[in-house]
Design a protein around this ligand. Structure first.
Ligand SMILES: C[S@@+](CC[C@H](N)C(=O)[O-])C[C@H]1O[C@@H](n2cnc3c(N)ncnc32)[C@H](O)[C@@H]1O
Length: 253
C-alpha cells in the first residue's frame, strides 16, 4: 500500500495535529457514538488518534487502525492512548469484531480511488460490525468543487514549527474522472528543503456513495450536510453518511 508523505514523512507526521486540530467533526462523532450507545468502536484510518482517544471513555472497547506506523506512533504518545487497541493495517486485517460503530474521519473514504477497493473496504467493514451496527464517515461533495480553493494563492501560509519556519501551500495538478491529484509543498526555510507530498482523492457523488453502501449490505440511515446536523443538500460542502449494517434477513435494495 502506497501512503502519501503526509502520513510517512516523520516531520509532516509530527505537524499533522497542528494542521488538523480538534474541531466540530470530533464533537459530531462523539455525539453520534453516545447517541447510538456504541460500546465496541473501530476508528479506521485513525491517524494520530485524536478522535480515537476521546472515544475511549468508560467501558468502551475502542480499536484504532491505520496503515501508517508513523501516524500510530504519534497516537500512542497521547495520554489516553493506553485505553485503545492500536492496529497497523487497513480494513482487511479486522475480521469479525462484532462492533457497534465504525468511523472513518478526516475524509479517509476519499483515499479509496477505484471502486473495487472501496467495495472491498465496505465488505470488510460489514464483516467487522455486528448486524445492526453502524458505519459513519464523511466525504467532500463533488458539486462544491473544494479543489478550486486548493491553489497556491488560496492556501499559502507561513508557520512556526518545532522544525523552524515553514511555508506551506497546495497546487492541483489534475482533475479527471472524479479524481483530484494535488501536491502539498512543505518548505523548510532554514535548509530550503521542499518536501512535496503527492495526493490523489476520489470525489464520489451522493448517489455513488449511497449505492455502494446498499450494494455492500447497508441501509443509509441519514446523510448530513454539515457538522451541526444540517440536512444534506446539493450545495452542501460535505456529505456525512450514517449507515446501518442490515440484519441477515433484510434485503439490500
Ligand atoms: C487525513 S488522515 C485522517 C486521520 C484521522 N482519521 C483524522 O480524522 O485526523 C488519513 C489517514 O488514512 C490513513 N490511510 C491511508 N490509506 C488507508 C487505507 N487504505 N485504509 C485505512 N486508512 C488509510 C492514513 O495513513 C492517514 O492516517
Amino acid at each position: 500500500m502506497k501512503l502519501d508523505k503526509h502520513y510517512t514523512d516523520p516531520r509532516l507526521v509530527e505537524l499533522y495535529d497542528h494542521d488538523n486540530p480538534r474541531g466540530a467533526d470530533t464533537d459530531f462523532y462523539l455525539t453520534l457514538a453516545a447517541e447510538l450507545n456504541a460500546h465496541r468502536i473501530i476508528d479506521l484510518g485513525c491517524g494520530t488518534g485524536l478522535l480515537t482517544c476521546e472515544l475511549a471513555t468508560g467501558k468502551r472497547q475502542v480499536i484504532g487502525i491505520d496503515p501508517s506506523p508513523a501516524m500510530l506512533a504519534v497516537a500512542q504518545r497521547k495520554p489516553e492512548a493506553e485505553r485503545v487497541e492500536w492496529v497497523v493495517g487497513d480494513a482487511s486485517v479486522l475480521g469479525e469484531r462484532n462492533a457497534d460503530l465504525l468511523t472513518m474521519t478526516g475524509n479517509v473514504a476519499q483515499i479509496f480511488l477505484d471502486d473495487a477497493d472501496w467495495a472491498a473496504t465496505l465488505c470488510h467493514i460489514h464483516k467487522a460490525l455486528r448486524p445492526g451496527g453502524y458505519v459513519a464517515f464523511e466525504s467532500r461533495n463533488p458539486t462544491a468543487r473544494a479543489w478550486k480553493q486548493w491553489g497556491r494563492d488560496e492556501t499559502f501560509e507561513e508557520i512556526e514549527t518545532p522544525f523552524g519556519s515553514m511555508a506551506c501551500w497546495l497546487e492541483v495538478l489534475e482533475v479527471q474522472d472524479g479524481q483530484v491529484h494535488f501536491v502539498g509543498h512543505n518548505l523548510f526555510k532554514a535548509t530550503g528543503e521542499d518536501v512535496v507530498a503527492h495526493s490523489t482523492l476520489r470525489f464520489r457523488s451522493h448517489t455513488e456513495l449511497a449505492d455502494s453502501l446498499r450494494q455492500a449490505g447497508f441501509t443509509v440511515d441519514r446523510v448530513y450536510g454539515d457538522w451541526h446536523h444540517g440536512a444534506f443538500t446539493d450545495a452542501s460542502r460535505l456529505m456525512i453518511f450514517v449507515a446501518r449494517r442490515n440484519e441477515p434477513a433484510e434485503k439490500t435494495v
